[in-house]
Design a protein around this ligand. Sequence first.
Ligand code: DX5
Ligand code: ZN
Length: 216
Amino acid sequence: MAQIVSPSLLSANFGNLQEDLKMINSSKADWLHIDIMDGVFVPNLSFGPPVLKYVAELCNKPLDVHLMVVNPMNYLQAMKDINARIMNIHYEACTHLHRAVTQIKEAGMMAGVTLNPSTPVCLLKDIIGELDLVLLMSVNPGFGGQKFIPHTVDKVRELRELIDTAGSKALIEVDGGVNATTGALLAQAGSNALVAGNAVFKDPDPHAVISALSAL
Ligand code: DX5
Ligand code: ZN
């Protein structure tokens, strides 16, 4: 099955974002993955609404936003304002997940729920029918360029079974340490979408990497 490819802006050259966004616009990438970090939920900061506004104006791909923040629903309006296609919130950051997912969908976006590597897939059992996407972290969130955690492949298999049994339409996306090798294992296990930061932006031929991932 072909994969949706979502290059992660975190690995782009922030000294010349316009150049990297041009590359993304002319590429076969399906989405652009945007990592928002608050320095509390994860031990790092990235960028916020002012940079996002500029990225949204320059990018012609749907925005796949991954919020690594403690109160993600505080950013619902900001996500709507930049016309995000997907709003991904962490399971670990949401006490009232059902309400949050409902609000995201009512705001006209796809609702994505993200799981840290240590959070089991079975915790989604009672909400899987409501979700548009599940984002499985294959590294501990906070930084690009980390090593892929192999157990994620088992989690993709388990999630695929949960989704199919429930008749859910949720897509399975995986984020962290994804390249052609790890991506092939994920695709075989039943993923639909792959996030890739370093593998795309640090390669001399990003277009070839995007095409290779998309063909998996
Ligand atoms: C990590 C971020 C990822 C990151 C992936 O916290 O959520 O999206 O940019 O980067 P790579 O593909 O380099 O692991
Ligand atoms: Zn991410």
